[in-house]
Write a protein that binds this ligand. Structure first.
Ligand SMILES: [Zn+2]
Length: 284
């Protein structure tokens, strides 16, 4: 009997020991998904440091923005024929460069950003591009509208460069499709574009003030959400053309647009703005 009792004690001990091992190993695998805040431990540092950092840097504010770089593919846009922007640069290049900078700024502020394209026809985009336009031309405005509407964003921005006969004409123009622009009580759609224009004024205090107009353009007329089409500057103006291809100007422009959007969605004082708004951004 004594031997039986001894064996029972040993068995219970072994059982408890193995249970402790299981519990420790499951805790360990859990800890590699949520590392300690001091970053100790090689596994935690290797597997999750980047993820943690990006989450802290880019708080999710719950808003989705579509950014549409105008033209692209076989459509160079304005300025290709006369090489106003230089022999290897056209409107589509500038639109895409600024769009990528705008995307980065918005992501930094906590927005989810969907680009209509990044210069390539991806399998997803090809669903919207009809065979004929894909073979011969481009991702046309109505196809872009279908793509944007399928994403159900909170706001849409199309980026373009302007062109005019007279080289003296310059400046940024924002286009909405909204008659309330002429009234005392502008719609939310118009208010958003006003916020962008206001922010650009602060970023470029010496430039001609951005103007807002209503125009029947597919990218603002047929989208289901609010949105704006921005003609960033005139390729036909030597001064604007120099700005448009200047990476520093492009970055400031992108920051101005992103800040204007953020000022609209999260006016200063609101919670999301307090956590998302960086200190070095232009202030209204
Ligand atoms: Zn254009």
């Amino acid at each position: 009997m004594k031997t039986n009792k001894f064996i029972s004690v040993i068995l219970i001990f072994l059982l408890l020991f193995s249970l402790t091992l299981v519990s420790c190993s499951s805790k360990k695998s859990g800890s590699s998904f949520s590392p300690p805040s001091n970053g100790a431990g090689r596994i935690a540092e290797e597997s999750t440091a980047d993820e943690t950092e990006s989450t802290e840097k880019h708080p999710d504010n719950g808003k989705v923005i579509c950014v549409d770089p105008g033209h692209g593919f076989r459509d160079a846009g304005s300025g290709a024929e006369g090489h106003e922007l230089g022999p290897d640069t056209n409107e589509a290049d500038v639109n895409l460069d600024v769009a990528k900078l705008l995307r980065d700024e918005l992501v930094r502020l906590g927005y989810k950003v969907i680009m209509t394209h990044e210069g390539e026809i991806t399998p997803e985009i090809s669903k919207y591009v009809s065979d004929e336009s894909y073979q011969t031309y481009y991702f046309d405005p109505e196809e872009r509208v279908d793509f944007i509407n399928s994403k159900n964003p909170d706001y849409s921005i199309s980026l373009h460069c302007n062109m005019y006969d007279d080289p003296i004409v310059r400046g940024t123009k924002l286009y909405v499709f909204d008659q309330s622009i002429y009234t005392e009580t502008p719609s939310e759609n118009v208010k958003a574009s006003m916020s962008i224009a206001e922010s650009l004024k602060h970023v470029f205090p010496d430039a001609k003030e951005p103007t807002i107009d209503t125009q029947s353009l597919a990218l603002v007329r047929d989208i289901a959400c609010s949105g704006v089409l921005i003609e960033m500057g005139f390729i036909s103006s030597p001064e604007d053309a120099a700005d448009l291809i200047n990476p520093e100007w492009q970055k400031k422009f992108a920051q101005g647009v992103a800040q204007g959007i953020d000022d609209y969605f999260f006016p200063s004082g609101s919670d999301a703005s307090a956590t998302a708004g960086p200190a070095d951004e232009p202030q209204n």
